[in-house]
Ligand binder design. Structure first.
Ligand code: GRF
Length: 212
């Protein structure tokens, strides 16, 4: 299973995937890491590991349609079987979604469908919930709206800050994301393109999700 990983930042999830590959628990091969930010630390990690890297930057005032086209071209040139958003902070446009229907997954730091968007841990804290966690889901045209593949829960503690809660969630992300990639690679999770086109999907419609 050849995967391209899309990143914008630190890349701790990218590391976790690479660690799982090295340990033999994730049957994937990362054929490229693509970022919208030249300075993403994840790029440095990928380059050191010998993974091809690409930057498709989106600056203020840039045309978003052209950016979406360039992003889709760069990713497609790497010829992946699937795409993993691991801290990629942009909403994907039609060019990539249409070229890889149902083959793009994302990890989100909250228990979707609650607390979608850029500030999951903060919103969960502000919302006063006692349990939060992470979600791995298929990407569709919405913001964190695609079919849910797997979730892991963590407690929210009385003295939590956004950072402490996010750190606890990330421990679970690092376990869950490589496991889901592995399940997809071995065919234990089946991704159905029909569930994610054209916009918000109906999770009940046809994903085969075993216990993981
Ligand atoms: C993760 O918490 C992920 O859920 C969110 O962005 C963060 C990325 O972290 N989408 P990292 O760059 O993998 O360390």
């Amino acid at each position: 299973m050849d995967a391209v990983v899309l990143v914008s930042g630190r890349g701790s999830n990218l590391r976790a995937i690479c660690d799982a590959i090295d340990e033999g628990t994730c049957d994937a091969n990362i054929v490229g890491v693509v970022s919208d930010r030249k300075k993403a630390a994840a790029l440095e990690f990928a380059a050191k590991r010998g993974i091809p890297t690409r930057v498709v930057a989106l600056r203020k005032g840039d045309d978003r349609d052209s950016w979406n086209d360039s992003l889709a071209d760069e990713v497609a040139a790497l010829n992946p079987d699937m795409i993993v958003l691991a801290g990629f902070m942009r909403v994907l446009g039609a060019p990539l979604l249409e070229r890889f229907p149902g083959r793009i997954i994302n990890v989100h730091p909250a228990l979707l469908p609650s607390f979608a968007g850029h500030s999951g841990p903060k919103d969960a804290l502000d919302g006063g919930v006692r349990i939060s966690g992470c979600t791995v889901h298929v990407v569709d045209a919405g913001v964190d709206t695609g079919p849910i593949l797997a979730q892991a829960a963590v407690p929210v503690l009385a003295d939590d800050t956004t950072d402490s809660l996010h750190a606890r969630i990330q421990v679970q992300e690092h376990r869950l994301l490589p496991r889901v990639i592995h399940q997809i690679a071995i065919g234990a999770i089946t991704l159905d393109p029909l569930t994610v086109s054209p916009a918000v999907a109906d999770p009940a419609r046809s994903l085969t999700v075993p216990d993981i």
